[in-house]
Write a protein that binds this ligand. Structure first.
Ligand SMILES: C[S@@+](CC[C@H](N)C(=O)[O-])C[C@H]1O[C@@H](n2cnc3c(N)ncnc32)[C@H](O)[C@@H]1O
Length: 445
């Protein structure tokens, strides 16, 4: 219901508008009117909030003004604009990607990708021969296949060929899976191994969890969490079934409360993926009907609060020496470097490891952004460039929980282990080769 401002307050409003100074502090500039009601009743009674010219005015049910706040005038940040539009998006992306002033660049960058990613299912295709057979069959059906040098079990194909792929038995039988190659990176960064306990706190629709299962040869324990029953029951279960992945458990729950509600045990997982919900700036497609529809819906700032809480829970679930990967498909510094900075303020002992990736285009982490205190550790994290023809814009950060340090010989040994871990560089191209069936067998020949 839209609440109208009561008419009998207009005169009073005008007076205050003239008297107010733009530099007044955020505390109420006018004391609340004297009321016979108790403070609780006053706050419950408030029924209208109007924001005009940076001023907030509240009225009780009888139309009396309760508080008046004059905020200092400041430049609006993009998330404060009620409905951000194309201009806001262009300005913001221009700054993130350090674009010049040429018009239309943002629309060009965010036009539909000309390639789709495809990868074999490592659970069903276990040899180089198998990968080659898949590739040859695609080529025989007139599909142009480009191997990804950094992960040769993954390909890209022209977007107009993807329907033909979906008609093939290899697709229907789950031997290949359509997935943007940016999504391979968080899983390669986790370096999946058989026998591990894996927690995926935002798991639906399950593409990354399925790759984790494949690269750990189906011998890991998968604990998959998501709070959206539709995405879990209608999408993820289908993906897992088609990819022949059998998880240990699926938990439909808000990841923020997994530990407080006793749904998982702290410090019990070897690997944790925190592939959070985000503003998805890396996936925006200006050729779609309303490209900014989702982006306008929720601000980067709102997302970042949720992301930090989920990240903190994921970290709590991690064993000492375990690996956590935080990833998003957004360009937003608030949701990427900003969240990692807030996380490191809360858990200063966490170790961020330097990620290297030469396979596709990347660009530097953002260390300077309005409204954000960003720590220098973020320079170890990875930004995948949305201008790359094969890749969606993506962000990946690899975090290790340190081993406990104390005065015992073991604790002292751990101190050195932690120092070594902090100095370690993780090369995603090397991990891509290591986990590729094609590459492994070629090397053995
Ligand atoms: C980027 S998607 C995850 C994609 C998934 N990792 C994959 O590779 O298929 C983010 C997911 O987070 C879920 N989500 C959002 N808020 C959540 C919360 N508080 N707890 C758990 N899951 C949440 C959404 O339902 C969505 O499925």
């Amino acid at each position: 219901m839209k609440l109208e401002k009561p008419q009998n307050t207009t005169e009073q409003d005008e007076t205050t508008r003239q008297d107010s100074s733009p530099n007044e502090p955020e505390t109420p500039s006018v004391a609340p009117e004297v009321s016979n009601e108790s403070p609780d009743e006053v706050s419950e009674d408030i029924m209208a909030l109007e924001i005009s010219e940076g001023r907030e005015e509240k009225f009780d049910t009888r139309g009396r003004k309760k508080y008046r706040t004059q905020k200092p005038k400041k430049e609006k940040r993009y998330w404060e604009v009620v409905t951000p539009g194309l201009g806001d998006f262009e300005k913001r992306i221009g700054k993130i990607l350090d674009l010049g002033s040429r018009k239309g660049q943002v629309q060009e960058i965010f036009s539909a990708k000309k390639f789709k990613g495809l990868r074999v299912n490592p659970l069903l295709v276990q040899s180089a021969e198998g990968v080659k057979e898949i590739r040859d069959e695609l080529v025989d059906h007139g599909i142009d296949v480009i191997h990804l040098a950094w992960y040769p079990d993954g390909f890209v194909v022209p977007v107009e060929h993807i329907e033909a792929v979906m008609e093939l038995p290899m697709y229907k039988e789950g031997l290949v899976f359509i997935q943007n190659p940016s999504s391979f990176l968080p899983i390669l960064a986790l370096d999946p191994q058989p026998g591990e306990k894996y927690l995926d706190v935002c798991s639906a629709p399950g593409g990354k969890a399925a790759l984790y299962a494949g690269l750990s040869q189906g011998k890991s324990e998968l604990h998959l969490v998501d709070d959206n029953p539709f995405r879990v029951n209608k999408k993820m279960r289908e993906v897992l079934k088609s990819q022949k992945v059998v998880p240990s458990e699926i938990i439909i729950s808000d990841a923020r409360h997994l530990i407080t509600q006793g749904k998982i045990t702290p410090e019990s997982f070897d690997k944790v993926l925190v592939d959070v919900d985000c503003s998805s700036e890396g996936k925006i497609n200006f050729e779609s009907k309303d490209p900014l529809e989702q982006w306008k819906f929720k601000s980067a700032d709102q997302f970042s609060h949720l992301q930090l809480k989920i990240l903190l829970t994921g970290y709590e679930a991690l064993k000492p020496g375990g690996v956590l990967v935080y990833s998003t498909c957004t360009l937003s510094p608030e949701e990427n470097e900003g969240v990692i900075s807030r996380f490191l303020e809360r858990t200063p002992s966490a170790i961020v490891q330097k990620l290297l990736f030469k396979g596709q285009s990347v660009y530097d982490a953002i260390t300077n952004w309005p409204g954000q205190d960003i720590v220098s550790e973020v320079t170890k994290t990875l930004r995948v460039d949305p201008r790359d023809p094969y890749m969606e814009g993506f962000y990946v950060c690899r975090i290790i929980k340190p081993f406990p340090e104390d005065e015992t010989p073991e604790g002292q040994k751990n101190k050195q282990r932690n120092i070594d871990l902090a100095n370690e560089t993780v090369d995603l191209d090397q991990l891509g080769q290591k986990h590729s069936r094609l590459k492994k067998d070629e090397e053995q020949q």
